[in-house]
Every structure is written in structure tokens, then in C-alpha cells.
Design a protein around this ligand. Sequence first.
Ligand code: G4F
Length: 328
Amino acid sequence: MKRALITGITGQDGLYLAELLAAKGYEIFGLIRGQDNPKYDLVRATVPGITLLKSDLTDISSLVRALNRAQPHEVYNLGAISFVPYSWENPVLTTDVTAKGVMNLLEAIRMWAGNDLSRVRFYQASSSEMFGEVREVPQNESTLLWPRSPYGVAKVFGHHLTINYRESYGLHASSGILFNHESPRRGPEFVTRKVTQAVARIALGQQKLLTLGNLEARRDWGFAGDFVQAMWLMLQQDEAQDFVVATGVAHSVRDLLDVAFDEVGIDDWESHVRQDDRYLRPAEVHHLIGDARKARDTLGWQPTVTFDELIRMMVQADLKEQRVLSLV
Ligand code: G4F
């Protein structure tokens, strides 16, 4: 039986990946932070049989202990401080977790695996935020990185370190440059879920206004359930490499509003939406769109859910959730 260790198990991607690996018969170990993590029960309920180990990306000794316990064949580093605006408020913590955490985990792997690094494969969750002020359109694996936030800078560090450990030590280490990926499990601080949750509440008469930042920003939004497939496929290749994972189609926040409000039968969303400069970022990433040809050709990976289907799925999930919440 293959064993996988996942950091960031409580997040959207951690849950989808754990479900995927469980369906493939893996024994799964998830690293969970803190004394009384409120997501402990959610993870146990979503992935029955998972072993949760107390560990923290900022504490290398806890990582070595977790590796010793799990003896993993595959390590997926999905743990990060991932909300971009937060990274301006807490740049030091973001660097400690999102950048230095990768160093801690890679060094912990070397300490645990000793001379036999071939026993383990490593996946690093890199991000399209690394492209920032984009140097070419669409972005591929060779596009120059120009990050625009402390988060993006931290991800660049983790990305290059992953490549460096592959080149220095021969570790099977792959970096997935994932464009925005969403689902009903997305946190409500991210724009897709913020919109779909508010649209559901507006449709049910529980909320009147939705306040947003930059409506012109464009993103290549895909479905998180599709994207975790690509992570797994990367670790099944003979050769470790880096891959852009994206749908190749970009939409604006306005397009997102069009689809989400349409799903509840509202066409005149302008009267429900306010733009507020409070939500603008010190440096914006205006337009991301990925070229995932390498993932398609090498991994055989393709997205299965369109932007329209994704947003409608999220609105429906939020309607369901809000109806249940209104009964309690
Ligand atoms: O949903 P977002 O907060 O996602 P962002 O910043 O693109 O980052 C996400 O995707 C990255 C992959 O490229 C990940 F690495 C990262 O961890 C995260 O998952 O914002 C998307 C866009 C931005 O341009 C933002 O300015 O939406 C714009 N936006 C407009 N109004 C808003 C809002 N974003 C948020 N969060 N809230 C708003 O009210």
C-alpha cells in the first residue's frame, strides 16, 4: 500500500487530494497545526481512515517526527498562508510558512530519508501568483516570474528551492504552477466564494449588498477537484518536472458576477454590488491565463469543469448551505 503525507490537509486542495488518494487505496497522513484545530473533525469526516499528525511547517523537528511516523512514498506540500491580501499584513509570517516552510520540509525529508532519497517523491504547490506583472500571455513553465505580493515572492522561493533540491540531490521533486482553482470548499475570503455565498444570501433575502474590490481583474479559474488530479499525475512520472495547471480561459470578476447572479435569476446585479477601494491591493495582478499544454501532453491532464459550470455549482452549494443555516 502506498503512503502519502499531505501538508495543508484542512484546506480545499488537501481535502480533494486526500479523497482522490483514498479512492486509489493510499494510506494517508495529514499534518494538522495547533492544539485544538477546529477543522479536525471536518477532515476526519471527509477522509475516513486518515491519520492526522500534529505538526507545523515552521517546526522542522515536528516534520521529521511526522515523516518517521508516516514513512511516505509521496509528500504533497499544500500548506501555506494562501490569502494574498493577508501577506501584506503579515509578510514575516507568510515568509516563515510559505517560503521557509518549504525549506524546512525539504530538509526534514533529507534528514529522514538519509542516503536513500529515491524512496520518496515530493510535490510543491506553486502558484500562478508568481507570474504577477505578467511578462507574456499566456504564461507557461518558462515565463519569467515577477511576483507582486509577499505571498507571490514566498511562492517563488519555494518553487526555486524545489527545483534546486531536484538538481542538487536528485530528489523526485515536482512543482505544480496552479492557476486559481475553486470549489464549494473554497474559503469565503476568496473572490469566487465571496460572490457565490453573497449571491445565495441575496437570492434568499438574507443580504442586500455585496462589496468588492477590483472588478476588472481577470483570472484563469478552474475546478479544484480537477487540479488535484494533476498533482498526483506529476508524482507518477518517471522524471520529476514542473507543470503549469490551468484551463487556458480567463474571465473577469464582472464575468463571475454575471454567471453567479444569472444562476439565481437576477440580471441587474449592478444594484446589488458596490465597489470599495478598501478591497484594492497595494499591487494588483491584473490578468492571469495559463498555457497548460505541457500538462496535457505529458500528463494527459485536462480540465473537465468549465468556468460557467464551476460558478453555478458553487452558487447551488451555497444556496443549499444557506437554507440549512437559516433553519438552525
Ligand atoms: O480570489 P482571490 O483572492 O485570489 P488570488 O489573489 O488570485 O489568489 C488565489 O489564487 C492564487 C493562484 O493564482 C493562489 F496562489 C492564491 O493562494 C489564491 O488561492 O482574488 C482574485 C482576484 C484579485 O485580482 C482580486 O483583486 O479578485 C479580485 N477581487 C476583487 N474584489 C477580490 C475582491 N478578491 C477578493 N479576495 N475579495 C474581493 O472583494
